[in-house]
Write a protein that binds this ligand. Structure first.
Ligand code: SAM
Length: 278
């Protein structure tokens, strides 16, 4: 395939793109390079790719990694991948839905596991939540996603895009935007712009909290109604109003502030105070 275009490969195998599976295949070599460079893939890495498509990104990963294990849902792509990547003996193809995969099983004893993927848009949020919250020991996730979601992940307090999802990802990872990608880099062209972002998994979560479930529940409630104050979002958290007010005081947070102004550290403080008062 190295010398064939995506359209030529599609024609050769009589392949029809499935919109429902988010099949927008990369055709821009500079983006491929930036993804693989951005992921800093080297010969010690065990790379897991979600959605190899025709194997365009897979091929570049195979040239640099110790092994690439790709998970693909569309079985029509299997014969194509097997044929097009037959020269590589460090390639493994797994037929499954990425949301159903036990990544621990896949990783085995591998020490340096990096996930690299041009993700189908519909899968972005559920797969990120799944990969981060299940404690999988990835070194990093380098993913191409819709620009809007990437900006949300990378944003800071007081930015319009900052929300519960930013906090979830930043709790587990350092985030770094690698580059923007225009719709013209794909066939067929998607309607939105994309972004390549790298999430480096932290050894310990960015903030220490006594009760993780409570922390995330407070974060969600604080962003549920963006225009409301923290007090309005949290007044039904399960402690009486007088005690709740004291929690705000001890955490040194004004209850009339809005959720979007709080840092992770402030959410952690508030959550620990509320947890102790419960
Ligand atoms: N990696 C290729 C590229 O960059 O050209 C294709 C990327 S395309 C955006 C997304 C790929 O994910 C497609 O090959 C699609 O069939 C596959 N896919 C969609 N849903 C999936 C799922 N739930 N699990 C695994 N793969 C999936």
């Amino acid at each position: 395939m190295e010398n064939l275009t995506i359209s030529e490969v599609a024609k050769k195998y009589n392949f029809r793109f499935k919109k429902g599976l988010g099949q927008n295949f990369l055709i821009d070599d500079s983006v491929l390079d930036d993804v693989v460079d951005g992921a800093e893939v080297n010969e010690e890495d065990f790379v897991i790719e979600i959605g190899p498509g025709f194997g365009t990104l897979t091929r570049e990963l195979l040239k640099r990694a110790k092994k690439v294990c790709a998970i693909e849902l569309d079985e029509k792509l299997f014969p194509i991948l097997e044929e097009e990547l037959k020269d590589f003996n460090n390639f493994e193809l797994i037929h499954n839905d990425a949301l159903k995969v036990d990544f621990n099983e896949l990783m085995g004893d591998e020490k340096s596991v990096k996930l690299v993927a041009n993700l189908p848009y519909y899968l972005t949020t559920p797969i990120i939540v799944n990969l981060l919250t299940k404690g999988y020991d990835f070194k990093s996730l380098t993913i191409m996603i819709q620009k809007e979601v990437g900006v949300r992940i990378d944003s800071e307090p007081n930015c319009k895009a900052y929300g519960a999802f930013s906090i979830l990802v930043q709790y587990y990872c350092d985030t770094k935007i690698i580059r923007l990608v225009p719709p013209t880099a794909f066939i067929p062209e998607p309607k939105v712009e994309s972004i390549v972002i790298r999430l480096d998994r932290l050894k310990e979560p960015k903030v220490k909290v006594k009760d993780e479930a409570l922390f995330f529940s407070i974060v969600r409630k604080s962003f549920n109604m963006r225009r409301k104050t923290l007090w309005n979002g949290l007044k039904d958290i399960g402690i009486d109003k007088e005690n709740l007010l004291k929690c705000f005081e001890r955490a040194n947070i004004d209850p009339v502030r809005r959720g979007e102004t709080l840092s992770l550290q402030e959410f952690a403080l508030l959550s620990d105070e509320i947890g102790s008062a419960k």
